[in-house]
Design a binder for this molecule. Sequence first.
Ligand code: NAD
Length: 525
Amino acid sequence: MYLRVVSRRMSSQAKYLIDDPKYGFLKELGLDKVNLGVYNGRWKANGKVVESVCPANGQVIAAVQEGNLTDYEDTVKACQGSWQQWVELPAPKRGEIVRQIGDALREKLVPLGKLVSLEMGKILPEGIGEVQEYVDICDYAVGLSRMFSGSIIPSERPGHVLLEQWNPLGVVGVISAFNFPIAVYGWNSAIAMVCGDTVLWKGAPTTPLVSVATTKVVSEVLEKNHIPGAVCSLVCGGSDIGEAMATDTRLPLLSFTGSTAVGQKVGVKVQERFGKPLLELGGNNAIIVAEDANLDMVAQSVVFACCGTAGQRCTTTRRLIMHHKVYDAILPRLIKAYEKVLTRIGDPLDENTLYGPLHSEDSVKRYRETVDNAVKAGGKVEFGGKVLDRPGYFVEPTIISGLPHDADVVHTETFAPIVYVLRASSVEEAIAWNNEVKQGLSSSIFTQDIGNLFKWIGPKGSDCGIVNVNIPTSGAEIGGAFGGEKHTGGGRESGSDSWKQYMRRSTITINHGKTLPLAQGIKFE
Ligand code: NAD
């Protein structure tokens, strides 16, 4: 991980992008040259000062002072304390606060979107799209605040009522990854808040400015409503803070979004203390192209799914499994489309840019190693394969053919724009290849055949959490539950009944009669 640690004095004297009027939106978001990275009702921080680097040019944007373990301790206590007040608010009143957060985000949609692009490296429409996703989930949560309900179940005993009620959990911990520095927090916090939980967030160490700017928007709404700011607490930091959260019994739920390797460790730590882990981990997503597919739709979708966000979405397509009868028709079209993408590489903030940089030097290193390993394993680079000679962390979008479907490199998620093209003899074989990897996040089939469709969505079909037909693997809507199976962790966030993960279920039996009949007719007299 590339993070330069500096002293507070050094950073306040240094020349950063925030000094450049071109990036005036940073000040509009209330950011300074050196920002405090802990919020629990007030801003403070005693950890190290880290510089946040712009992936498009390698220059420092501004600095953030992270929290240390003492800051963390103070923040958990404040967040726990604020729960006492937050939980007393009726759910629709909590929804009203979330509605105001959505409105405050709408006002800051463009500057926040620009910050996401500047710090993470995704192109501006995607940066703005991420903030829009948070706005959308706020709207969803407002509705939910008047709708989530328990149930009344018929009791087998006379004079008895059996109820199911959902209660809040308390403080929900959220650890998020660099590639969705705001939306993932939004998904978790908006839902957790209406459910009656308070939230303690640790964003990725390389996107601290997004964490600080987002928390400023949220905290202003809380404070304006005389609600303790600690309801939405923030501790910027690295694995030390993350580990503290994983082992902390005061966080009954820890929502973790990140790599499978780290998520597995975190999941075990949370389970060891009988907490609930909500894991959103790596993917190795495939698009299957059946012989009857609409090839125009395939070409367009594959380019978006493989090159969008420079291959840094958890749902990026990493394997393209084509029926052997259409393989030779698709590959040249794809290469042509990739050539066009190469002409639109540039600064993510430039509106003409379609394809931005990787996030960090580390990501470039992993890209380079993976291309080398793929070639060593017998792969042929059909397109790309090179790091671009320009400032920032730019690499060519890459297509690799000729590898066996079960090669190690094909079965490994590399968080970069590399897709392996594979030739399958049938849809059944393609589905088997889709399912043979350890991850189970997103998957798509392109077909016009109703038989293929039902094979794909049925019990012997895709084993992923997201199962698409005639659309790419990426670009999920908030209304559905988002997440994946197997080594993707099994968690679900966002829509559908994902809210249940942020609550505990109480099964309540009330005897309103004068006798004590036992269940199953048992006599104990
Ligand atoms: P990462 O695992 O390196 O880091 C994720 C978070 O974990 C960061 O905040 C990091 O500081 C924290 N962390 C690191 N070590 C920790 C520890 N020991 N204990 C607790 N926390 C710790 O992941 P990344 O590189 O930021 O993100 C890319 C990965 O995230 C990819 O694998 C991608 O597929 C995955 N991802 C998954 C989803 C999903 O919804 N399934 C969404 C986005 C990203």
